[in-house]
Design a protein around this ligand. Structure first.
Ligand SMILES: [Zn+2]
Length: 317
């Protein structure tokens, strides 16, 4: 059997029409009887070129491989059919190929309608929305102020250690200290200094940057529905990746799990008292750090984690 690339090599080799090719653009007339005429060979090249072009897919299915079959665990794939009327219909079906999975196919419009309802649900009335945003911003401001205070404290200690190192060095120059003692004291101070430097974060996030980050995150959520209804292929897929942790289907019913903090919006919606929103505020705070503030922060999260126990005490009031 010939491989596809082997056949391609034969079909594109000019030796069959009497031309010897040395390199890509160097050819000479051969002295053998050609198998086909040059004219026919060049026509053949056009056909080969045309056939080997990657075929443009007519349809790019929005939800391809995003939905998992709850019956067998495989992904749903999209296909489009054209009815006699000329109208096109897109469906998604389980990719199980042997007809063993009995889970039903679903029209794309039905998928859209069902997802739209979930997206719609990630929405609060203006009052609750403003309150939640305020609590999240307050929490972040407290944390960043605390971080800034810690950093200033660390800086003072670093300055003090550097001064001690300077005077130790002066003593060494003035021969006021035994060389062995000097070495011991020097190593001790140097270790302390390195330890402090490793704890220090050098990224300051301004109040404005914090507010912008929080604003943007909350505004984006308000725009989810618009993105879902009017976004392009990639925007819609990104939105689904951002908000869903699971998207299954059974009997034409989507089974969609929202990721946090979006899942918790439903809880806020149903709760009257903002006093028990604490853990939700935390979830929002974490997601905002991951998405909006990440470029501004590198080691800050690390510092928060290191100090988490003292930090909790600090913020409990
Ligand atoms: Zn299946």
């Amino acid at each position: 059997m010939f491989s596809v690339s082997g056949i391609y090599k034969i079909l594109t080799n000019p030796i069959y029409c009497g031309i010897l090719r040395y390199a890509e653009y160097e050819e000479s007339e051969g002295s053998w009887e050609p198998l086909i005429t040059k004219d026919k060979w060049y026509k053949l090249q056009e056909v080969v070129k045309e056939k080997s072009k990657p075929r443009l897919r007519k349809h790019r299915h929005q939800y391809n491989l995003l939905i998992k079959c709850s019956e067998c665990g495989r992904s749903y794939t999209g296909y489009t059919t054209t009815k006699k009327s000329g109208l096109e219909f897109t469906y998604y079906m389980c990719s199980e190929k042997h007809g063993e999975c009995k889970n039903m196919q679903i029209r794309e419009t039905e998928v859209e309608d069902q997802i739209a309802k979930y997206v719609e649900n990630i929405k609060l009335d203006d009052e609750k929305w403003a309150k939640l945003k305020e609590l999240v911003l307050q929490k972040l401001e407290k944390e960043f102020n605390f971080e800034s205070t810690v950093r200033k404290g660390v800086d003072v200690q670093i300055d003090q250690l550097n001064e001690k190192l300077d005077s130790l060095f002066d003593m060494k120059i003035a021969k006021e200290i035994d060389p062995d003692d000097y070495q011991i004291k020097y190593s001790k101070l140097k270790d302390e200094l390195n330890d402090l430097k490793s704890k220090r974060t050098d990224v300051e996030v301004s109040k404005e940057e914090l507010k912008d980050g929080v604003d943007k995150f909350f505004d984006d959520i308000q725009n989810f529905k618009d993105v879902f209804l009017n976004g392009d292929y990639h925007e819609k897929r990104n939105l689904l990746f951002e908000i869903t942790s699971h998207l299954g289907i059974m009997n034409k019913q989507l089974d969609l799990n929202l990721k946090e903090p979006y899942k918790s919006v439903v809880f806020v919606k149903n709760s009257k008292n903002s006093k028990n929103w604490g853990s939700i505020v935390n979830l929002f705070r974490t997601r905002i750090i991951e998405t909006e503030l990440k470029p501004l922060i590198t080691s800050i999260q690390l510092l928060f984690d290191k100090m988490s126990s003292s930090q909790e005490l600090y913020f409990e009031r």
